[in-house]
Design a protein around this ligand. Structure first.
Ligand SMILES: *Cc1c(COP(=O)(O)O)cnc(C)c1O
Length: 379
């Protein structure tokens, strides 16, 4: 039987050598490798500032602080995303207000929903570029300017994805990235903030390390002897071991993404045969990270979707659901929201395997089994 995972790391000797070199160098906490990573991200994304942190959840938390969200404030966010996109709003005492997504073929926040849900208390929007495909940033930034709202881009899915010529994460006030194992850039745990706002960048650097005015690397290398604590910060630092892996990963990224684009094309070509399968974002033509390959079943139900996933699992194919809607989770029960498109997608979405190591033959096998299962189940 085939054994096809949803995702596979693209690690090789390069990552092993990089981390070995860092360990041999005997400076393993935040230091020169973190600075090298930040410089690479600034150059590749075209952002003025990049600040590496220990994961994207921390990045999102810091972003909410930088944007000044607090108790009494409402922040708009899609429900069709990972829980962290909304949790960060609550970390600072603000209230997440869930918005529906635009459609089965565009699983990003609907600007019309944003306009409907703005109140006098609305202070910002957390935008999620799902699967690496941009939300409607022109409309979102226009609304944000009109209502004086801050925009946080949760760009976890979209490193190097492009919107109107700009890299995702550099369009709003703050962009947040994740380097969790299954993301496009993998370091185990890891993340980063990017921004073109110098004051935000300076504050993010302080907050990531207890609000301290110098880093231990600067003190160890004799550039500083004292520090002050000037802000209530956290320990959200990245270490040089992970940063050395991230540096290699960013170096491999474009080649990896080009391969993903080829695989997406194979999937789209084959699955377009069956009109019961919606492939989101087929009308998009700018470069995308293709973090995942989502599909949505038309005229289906949650039970039928699960039956199809079961048939796929029996054929050795791991699938996933992006995402279980956040507003349905127990800790969000009191945040009542009616989100019909989100509720349909969450019940009828299936994510197929996507990683650069997949072969065209394997994609064909996955499509064979998927079309077969859909044929059997959705008659
Ligand atoms: C992975 C992910 C996060 C959380 O990232 P961590 O680095 O695991 O904290 C947040 N938002 C989205 C959309 C993600 O995919």
């Amino acid at each position: 039987m085939m054994d096809i995972p949803l995702f596979q790391l693209n690690f090789d000797e390069e990552e092993i050598n990089a981390i070995t070199e860092t360990i041999r160098g005997k400076w393993i906490s935040m230091g020169p490798k973190v600075m090298e990573l930040e410089k690479i991200m600034q150059d590749m994304l075209g952002a003025d500032h990049a600040i590496a942190v220990s994961n994207c959840t921390d990045a999102l938390h810091l972003a909410c602080i930088l944007c000044g969200f607090g108790p009494g404030d409402e922040v708009l966010v899609p429900s069709l995303t990972f829980a962290a996109s909304a949790n960060c709003i609550r970390y600072v005492g603000a209230t997440p207000v869930f918005c529906d997504v635009a459609g089965l073929d565009d699983m990003t926040i609907d600007p019309k929903e944003i306009e409907r849900k703005i109140t006098l208390n609305t202070k910002g929007i957390v935008v999620v570029h799902i699967a690496g495909y941009p939300a409607d940033m022109d409309a979102i930034m226009r609304i944000a300017r009109e209502h004086d709202l801050r925009v946080i881009e949760d760009a976890c899915h979209g490193p190097m994805s492009v919107y109107n010529g700009k890299k995702l994460g550099t369009i709003g006030d703050v962009g947040c990235f994740s380097f969790f194992s299954n993301k496009n850039i993998s370091t185990g745990e890891g993340g980063a903030i990017v921004t073109n706002n110098a004051a935000y960048a300076e504050r993010a650097r302080l907050l990531r390390s207890h609000g301290m005015t110098t880093m231990s690397y600067q003190r160890a290398s004799g550039h500083a002897t004292k520090y002050d604590v000037v802000d209530l910060g956290y320990n959200y630092r990245m270490d040089d071991m992970r940063a050395s892996i991230a540096v290699v990963q960013w170096g491999k990224l474009m080649k990896d993404l080009e391969r993903r684009a080829v695989l997406r094309k194979c999937y789209v070509q084959r699955l377009s045969e069956d009109k019961r399968i919606v492939i989101p974002f087929t009308n998009r033509h700018e470069f995308s990270s293709n973090y995942i390959f989502p599909t949505v079943l038309r005229n289906s139900t949650g039970e039928k979707r699960d039956a199809i996933r079961e048939i796929m699992a029996e054929a050795g194919i791991q699938t996933s659901v992006h995402y279980p809607a956040i507003h349905k989770f127990s800790i969000y029960e009191q945040y009542t929201a009616k989100l019909p498109v989100t509720e349909y997608v969450t019940e009828n979405e299936i994510t197929l395997p996507m990683y650069s190591g997949l072969t065209e033959e394997t994609v064909q096998y996955i499509c064979d089994k998927y079309l077969e299962a859909v044929g059997k189940t959705l008659r």
